[in-house]
Design a protein. Structure first.
Length: 194
């Protein structure tokens, strides 16, 4: 989706993906992918709902989004929850992760951002994540299924994700699901040795 359109979504309404809910899949995966809470990255964090949920469980979370209003709301949520010391919200473009000062990670997740990017930017994100996640660490990705609506193409297919992640990640599991009342899939990606 066009950056201007995203900014407008936050300006005039509450986008449907900002429903205040944290998917069980995210909490379960975070709790099983590491011996103890560590440092996580929320790609396309929006208003910070998921980052606040993980920080409340002991994680230090870096959240990135390019919409200024979303980041302001995210800071307010962290403040209200008393979690400012555990959460670092950054306004920026996730395809430029290498320039953001993100430390090594124990876990990364994306609940609907990567599928909106151009393929060359998707690849930049994967390569940057490979530099931030040590071997065997998990990147949990939710992507809407590929579609072409009114001339705008977005979403991901299993084949696209498999091609995109090689040789940096392996696909541990694939699970079709609905999020925001739209069909998509969870991809559990493990950092490989490459």
């Amino acid at each position: 989706m066009d950056k201007l359109l995203y900014k407008l979504c936050y300006s005039f309404s509450q986008p449907n993906w900002e429903n205040g809910l944290t998917p069980d899949k995210l909490i379960t995966t975070a709790s099983t992918c590491s011996d103890k809470p560590g440092t996580a990255l929320d790609l396309g964090c929006g208003t910070g709902t998921q980052a606040v949920a993980l920080a409340g469980r002991g994680w230090t979370v870096y959240g990135i989004d390019f919409v200024p209003k979303a980041i302001r709301i995210a800071h307010a949520k962290a403040d209200q929850a008393g979690l400012n010391s555990n959460i670092h919200f950054l306004q920026g473009n996730i395809s430029k992760l290498n320039n953001m000062g993100i430390p090594k990670l124990d876990f990364a997740y994306d609940l609907g951002c990567l599928h909106t990017l151009k393929s060359e930017d998707q690849r930049k994100v994967i390569i940057a994540l490979a530099g931030l996640l040590p071997r065997d660490r998990i990147f949990l990705l939710f992507g809407l299924k590929f579609r072409n609506e009114t001339g705008y193409k977005y979403g991901l297919s299993k084949e696209q994700v498999t091609g995109l992640i090689e040789p940096y990640f392996t696909l541990d599991s694939y699970e079709e699901d609905m999020l925001w009342d739209k069909p998509g899939a969870w991809y559990l990606l493990r950092r490989s040795a490459a």
